[in-house]
Structure formats: C-alpha cells, structure tokens
Design a protein around this ligand. Structure first.
Ligand code: ADP
Ligand code: MG
Length: 671
C-alpha cells in the first residue's frame, strides 16, 4: 500500500464513486487524508439545568437505567431510559425507534441530541450521538453525489486501515522541537477527528506551519536561483533618447512614478533577472511607467509583451500607448482576432517588425513565437496564476518580468506573500486630481439621484451605472442589467443615450459599446462589473453603483476609480439598503476615504483575506488551511526560517535540512 494509490483500493469505492470524489479533487489516498474539514460541528454537551423549555441540545451523561421499550396502539412505541448528567437525572424518550435499544448500554457514557421538556424534566430524543463530551464532528465540503456521511465513513476507513501511518514526516526534527509542533500523522488524524478543542488547535498549528513554511521555502529557493542567474538580459540603451522621451510627455511624472521607473530601469540594465511587482492605486499612473520601460527595451533592441486580463483592456492599452508613444511599433493579439489578422500579427511578432505586443492570454498560447522578447509586463497581475506567468517567461529570452497591480496590499504583506518579487509602489496620485466625492443613498432616494444626474448630463457629463452583482449567476446579472437599462431609457427618454455592456457580450460588441462611450455618443453606460479593471474614459465623472453593499470595499474602490480621471469633479453614488451592520459600515467608510490602502486594510479586517487574495484572483497559492492575513505571524516566521535555511547555497546537503529538499519538489504551491 502506498498513498499514491487511487481511492478505488478502499473497500466500497468503485469507479463510479471514484469519479464523484474526483470532483472534490480526491484521487489518491493521500488526497483523501489531506482533505481537511472546513469546519466542525460542536456537539459539546450542554448543562441540562441551563436548558430552556423546548430547546434542542446535546445532553451527555451516563446511562443509569436499562432501556425499556413499551408498545401502545398500532405500531407505536416508546423507548425510555434515565441519563445522569453530574448529579442530575433526566428521563430520555425516543418514539418509534425501538432498535436504538441496542445502543443504550447500562453504565456507559452517551450523548443524546434532543428537545427539552422542562415541566416533565425529560428529553425527547432525536438522535444518539456516538460521541461523548467535547466532541467536534468534522464537516467536509461536498459535491453532488457525495454525502457528508459517506465521506466521513470513507475517511474513517482510511484511518482504520492505518493509512495515516504511511504519511511521512516532512518537517525536520529541529523545527518540530523548536516550535513544539505535533508530528504529521498525528496532526492529520486530529484534523479529521480531534479529541477536543485543544487537540484540534495543536493540529491546526502544525498543518498551517507546514503549509506556509513550504510555500516560503519554494519562494526563497526561486528567489535565490533568480538572484544567481547572471545570464538574464543586461539591456543597454541610449540614456538621452529616454530622457528626451520623458520630457516630451504631456505631463511630468510624479515623484513616486520617477522612483518606480528608476527601480525598474535598474533591473533592466542589470544582468540579474527582474521579477518586480509595481503596485499603485487606480489612477496613480502605472501605464506610463510601464510604457517608458518598454520604450527603453525597444531602444535596446528588444521586444516587450504586455499581458492584460480582458480584450477591452488590451484594446485600451493599445490606444493609450500609441498615443503616448507613437514611435513604438505596436500590435494587438487577442483570442477573438480573425485568422488573417492573427496570421499577420504573428508574422510581425516573429520577424521582429513590432516592438510591443499587447494582448490577453493569447500571448502565451501555442504558435506565438517572439523575435527577441526581453520584457514581459503583466497588468492587473492578480488575474494570472503563477503557472501562467512562468509560461510567458519561458517564451522569451529569459525576459525581465514586471507585474502591475492596483490591489493595494500593505507593503509588509506584499513582501512576504509575494516573497519571490521585489516591490515598487506608486503611492501618490498625479497633481491636480480632485478627490472623488462619494455619497451613500438608499433605494428610495434614487429619484433624487436621477434628477441630479439629468442636470449633470445636460452639462455634458457621462455616467457609469453599475447593475447589481448576483454572485454565481451570470444569467441574473444580465437580467438585472437589462432591467436597469430599460428603466433608465424610460426615465431619460430622448435626453440621454443609454447603452449596455455585460460580460456575456461578444468582444466585438463590447468594443463598439465601449467605443461609443469613449466617443461621447453614449451618455449612460449600464454595465455589470466587466468594466472593473483599467478602463479609462476621462469625461465620465459619475458612477452610480446599485446594491453597492454586495461588493467588497476593494472592489468598490476599483469601480470608483473609473471616474475621477480628468480635471472635472467626479462623483460616486452608492445605492444600497444594507441589512447588516457590516454592510452599513462599509458604505460609510467608502464615503469617508479614497485611500486604497486604508480600504484594503478595512476589507481585510471585515471580510478576511479570501476576497482580496482569493486564489482565482491573487495568483497566490490556494492554501488548505492557512490564511495569509490571519496567520500572518506564522507566515512571517516561516519566511524568516526559510530564508535563513536557503541563505546557505549548500543547504540541501546539511543533515538538518536534507529532508526538506526531498519534500520540496513534491509540493505544488507554485503551480
Ligand atoms: P493606473 O495606475 O490606474 O493604470 P493610468 O496609468 O491609467 O492609471 O493613469 C491614469 C490617467 O492619469 C491617465 O490618463 C494617464 O495619462 C494620467 N497620468 C499618468 N501619470 C500622470 C502624471 N504624472 N500627471 C498627470 N497625469 C498622469
Ligand atoms: Mg492601469
């Protein structure tokens, strides 16, 4: 037996159920053992003296009379016995379940879930629990066709067969001792079936450490490898050309832009590999910094690729970059291009006729070969996983990589979480920006908002109108957006042009709707959240967000950042009747600050890291148990140890750490 064998080696698992378990990511025995509960049902027994009449609760105690079944009437019966909890004896009645008598053993401990009848001092039993006091029952995530009970049973079977003993220890003794961590097999068992809360906490501490430590080991190893790569590109360009270009821009760079640019250019010139994160709030001007870096690369005779998450964004970048950098030869590459168009673009890329390639995922697909790819820039990097980043990197001449994100991550956290990257931060907005004025109104006040909008529209303003977000249902999203479009059309009649943009549209259609808005033909753009990232229409000065409380702070901040891009005063109107305190709190904070970092931290506090660092978005690994924010102290400690260990280039040969090198390559945090 080894843990890489498929689940079908377990009794009761055939090919059909194996297929179902596979949907949960469970293929091997090891997958099963490491499939931890996402929560526990606390079947902690209550004190019978504290129960209210009619309350349902678990009461545990000792069985002090034998079970007695009495029959009355047709098929009806009652099973009765006495349970003693401490010094209190109570009657327990089960109706019409005579077979339970087998489970009731005189003198044994027993826990019963039931309904308390205070006047009769008796418990009407609903369920007998196999547990005694303080029991925590695991609750697993399920999928169609896999029940809680069947999963628990399967995991129990695995433990009964002693499979946990096959789990190899993967942390060196030195670390187990230093942090007083439980052994691996013991911790895994306790994760599934903790004896009590203390047992669970101890196990959790161990598995969290293991996870974050291996994550950090991988990052640190990657980082030291990159630092040691001297065969990266050392770019060389005429400094004066770049200085002249900077001077010819329509604006002066902010100090923060200058500093970030300097850091990036230094990396480009150095033979070491660049792996840098450029972080800046929406509107802070990351694009021009990226543009200047690509300009420098072109001056050094190298191609650059700019990868963005959506086609609209790609097109927009093409437009704004060709305006700021008309000298650069530029081509667009997206998935929806026609064959002939695509072929021409590919040829231009391969023969080196273009300096800059802007596109979506299409940039890393088969069939794209670059001439001399020296710089890769990934915009809104949180949408791309580490694996994709790596793919793009491998396509070039070991190119330098710059990632840009508008998700404000506190610096210390960024450094730890993206441990393999250097970080540059643009923490300053261009001069002369007027802070966006944000108001929160209730749905009942919408007519007032519309009246006000009508006046602003007369003055030539344009409006984004964001329709409510229905999580998990694109169909409902669309329905909402359509309804909103109709209402606005009815309200404004011929006085305003209303158009709709939503996620399900073909990219051609999206493009033409966006273009209409940019050109000012459309006054009101009704949209689902597809415009969230990067879109730039300076004349749009009003953003109305329906059911704003459905969004997280960071997301609202991103959305709001679509306005306030020109000289005119901009406004964000949040329409929401939040039901919860935290919803109200969020609306209030939005009206009080426009600082993305403050909002990000509030968001973290209120909603946990999942929303910001959710695996789909962050490009960070999905941890089984650890939470990057909540477990930050563990992460920080893990980083410290990992960098100490890897600082010695021969760490793999050291007795203490040898074990790590064996397990390191089998971990998959960076895929
Ligand atoms: P983001 O960081 O959100 O990507 P952009 O790069 O799109 O921001 O910049 C937002 C707007 O600000 C653009 O219209 C850009 O041309 C302009 N901009 C950038 N830097 C400056 C600056 N230093 N001074 C004035 N305007 C600037
Ligand atoms: Mg941008």
């Amino acid at each position: 037996m080894n843990l890489h064998q498929p689940l079908t080696v377990l009794p009761g698992v055939g090919p059909k159920s194996a297929e179902k378990f596979k949907q949960l990511g469970l293929e091997s025995l090891q997958d099963l053992l490491l499939y931890f509960p996402f929560r526990y049902e606390d079947f902690k027994s209550k004190n019978v003296l504290e129960l209210e009449d009619g309350e349902k609760a678990v009461i545990s105690g000792r069985v002090v009379t034998p079970a007695n079944v009495s029959y009355y009437g047709y098929k009806r019966n009652r099973l009765r016995f006495t349970l003693k909890q401490g010094e209190v004896a109570l009657a327990v009645n089960f109706f019409n379940q005579p077979y339970l008598a087998d489970k009731i053993e005189l003198g044994a401990a027993l826990a019963v879930f039931g309904k308390w009848d205070k006047t009769k001092a008796s418990l009407t039993g609903l369920k007998i629990l196999a547990q005694t006091e303080d029991d925590l029952q695991p609750v697993y995530r399920l999928t169609q066709g896999v029940s809680q009970a069947s999963l628990v049973k399967l995991i129990k079977t695995a433990f009964d067969q002693g499979l946990d003993l096959l789990l190899e220890e993967n942390l060196p003794q030195v670390l187990l001792d230093r942090y007083q961590l439980a052994g691996r097999a013991q911790a895994v068992r306790a994760m599934h079936f903790p004896q009590d809360l203390a047992d669970y906490r101890q196990a959790l501490r161990r598995v969290k450490f293991e996870e974050l430590f291996y994550f950090q080991m991988q990052l640190q190893v990657l980082k030291t490898e990159q630092k040691n790569v001297r065969n990266g590109l050392a770019m060389n360009w005429d400094q004066e050309v770049l200085t002249a270009k900077k001077a010819s821009l329509p604006f002066e760079l902010t100090e923060a832009q200058e500093r970030s640019l300097r850091e990036i250019l230094q990396d480009l010139q150095s033979p070491a590999h660049m792996n840098r994160l450029l972080q800046g709030d929406v509107g802070s001007g990351k694009t021009v910094v990226a543009g200047l870096a690509m300009y420098a690369a072109a001056a050094a005779g190298l191609q650059s690729a700019l990868m963005v998450p959506t086609e609209i964004l790609a097109e927009q970048h093409v437009a704004s970059l060709s305006q700021l950098f008309p000298e650069l030869k530029l081509v667009l590459l997206t998935g929806s291009m026609k064959t002939a168009e695509r072929r021409a673009a590919l040829a231009a890329i391969e023969t080196g006729q273009v300096d800059l390639i802007v596109g979506t995922h299409a940039l890393i697909q088969e069939g794209v070969s670059y001439h001399r790819l020296g710089l890769v820039i990934i915009d809104e990097q949180h949408r791309f996983g580490v694996g994709q980043r790596r793919l793009l990197r491998e396509k070039g001449l070991n190119p330098d990589v710059l990632m840009m994100t508008a998700t404000p991550i506190p610096r210390t956290l960024a450094i730890t979480a993206f441990g393999d990257m250097d970080v540059s931060i643009i923490d300053q907005l261009p001069a002369g920006r007027k802070p966006i004025i944000t108001r929160w109104v209730q749905h009942e006040q919408l007519p007032v908002v519309l009246d006000w909008m009508a006046k602003e529209l007369q003055k030539g303003a344009q409006v984004y109108f964001i329709s409510p977000l229905i999580e998990e249902s694109e169909a409902l999203d669309l329905k909402n957006a359509l309804a909103l479009e109709e209402e606005l059309k009815a309200y404004f009649g011929r006085s305003a042009q209303v158009a709709l943009l939503h996620g399900k549209m073909k990219s051609d259609d999206k493009e033409s709707v966006m273009q209409g808005f940019k050109d000012g033909k459309t006054d009101i753009l009704v949209s689902t959240t597809v415009i969230e990232v990067g879109v730039n229409v300076p004349n749009a000065t009003i953003m109305v967000i329906m059911d704003a409380d459905r969004f997280g702070l960071s997301q609202l901040h991103q959305l709001r950042g679509r306005v306030g891009r020109g000289q005119k005063q901009s406004y964000a109107v949040l329409v929401a009747n939040p039901k919860t305190e935290s919803g109200k709190q969020r609306m209030k904070i939005m009206t009080e600050t426009t600082d993305g970092f403050v909002l990000a931290e509030e968001d973290l506090k209120m909603r946990g890291s999942g929303e910001i660092f959710g695996s789909r978005q962050s490009g960070l690994p999905e941890f089984r148990v650890a939470d990057i924010v909540e477990d930050y102290p563990i992460l920080e400690e893990a980083r410290r140890v990992a960098s100490q260990i890897t600082a010695d280039p021969n760490w793999r040969q050291q007795a203490d750490w040898h074990l790590l090198s064996l397990h390191l390559d089998r971990q998959d945090y960076l895929d």
